[in-house]
Design a protein. Structure first.
Length: 271
């Protein structure tokens, strides 16, 4: 499906590099069919050397080489990129944007009519190919093109299609989610240190606990509460710890933090 395509990345930062690394490792593209452009020349040179891809020295040169174009740039510069890009899309490539908060209507409005556009909200674990990405399709995107988009982001984790109206929710949940998880991990490590564990030992135990619990949940159809109850004995240690978490309304705080982050995503998209 993708081996006969060529793909170009406008922006060669961390997320762009993660995608390039993932799609080449998954053999979705031959390296000679992967192109990249970045305003920092040394970044292009690094990507060429590291992955054997082809650097391009302008947005126009890259766009005209590719059937798929990934906009891996910051939201602050997306307008300038779209302005430059629009005159190089006569061949109707698939355009995929990972610029946070930039809606399909903005993207489609700045590009030629009938340009197929997909909006994506990835998250940082894509850097280790364990990302969670949500994709929304624009008006001109075919089923085959959507499948290509999903395949691309499945090379760096899991990918699902959602309606664009849910993108702000996705941003607040999985987009910002790694920060919430890291806060909990940090607190648990500090708790171990407080109780006498060496920091490195506490770190290893907490990280493995989070990884193992996630894998256990992923491997079953059971509700998280059911798995929780399996390790919560009457009058035991776990229920004592859970009682403290419930007394501080940790469950409600997590729900409210996702709601707040989602609301902020909506506000930023309107500004």
């Amino acid at each position: 499906m993708l081996r006969d395509q060529s793909i170009g990345f406008i922006g060669g930062g961390n997320m762009g590099e993660a995608l390039i690394s993932g799609l080449i490792a998954a053999s979705l593209f031959a390296s000679e069919k992967v192109f990249a452009y970045d305003v920092i020349e040394s970044r292009i040179q690094y990507l060429e050397k590291e992955f054997g891809i082809k650097g391009r020295r302008s947005i126009g040169e890259l766009a005209e080489s590719c059937s798929i174009i990934v906009l891996a740039v910051k939201p602050q510069v997306i307008s300038k990129v779209l302005e430059t890009l629009r005159s190089h899309l006569s061949h109707k490539p698939l355009v995929i944007s990972i610029a946070a908060g930039i809606s399909l209507s903005i993207l489609e409005g700045r590009l030629p009519d009938e340009t197929p556009v997909i909006r994506v909200m990835p998250n940082t674990p894509a850097l280790v190919r364990k990302g969670a990405s949500a994709l929304s399709r624009g008006r001109a995107v075919s089923t085959a093109q959507m499948e290509m988009g999903l395949a691309l982001f499945r090379a760096v984790g899991k990918a699902v299609e959602v309606e664009e109206k849910l993108m702000d929710t996705v941003t607040g949940l999985s987009g910002s989610g790694p920060a919430y998880v890291l806060l909990v991990i940090e607190a648990l490590i500090d708790a171990g240190v407080l109780m006498g564990l060496p920091r490195q030992t506490a770190r290893e135990l907490v990280i493995q606990t989070v990884i193992g619990t996630s894998m256990m949940l992923e491997s079953t159809a059971k509700h998280p509460a059911e798995l929780k109850d399996m390790i919560t004995s009457p009058g035991g240690t776990t229920i004592q710890g859970l009682q403290v978490l419930e007394s501080y309304s940790v469950r409600g705080a997590l729900m409210e933090c996702v709601e707040a982050a989602s609301r902020r995503s909506t506000e930023l998209g309107m500004s």
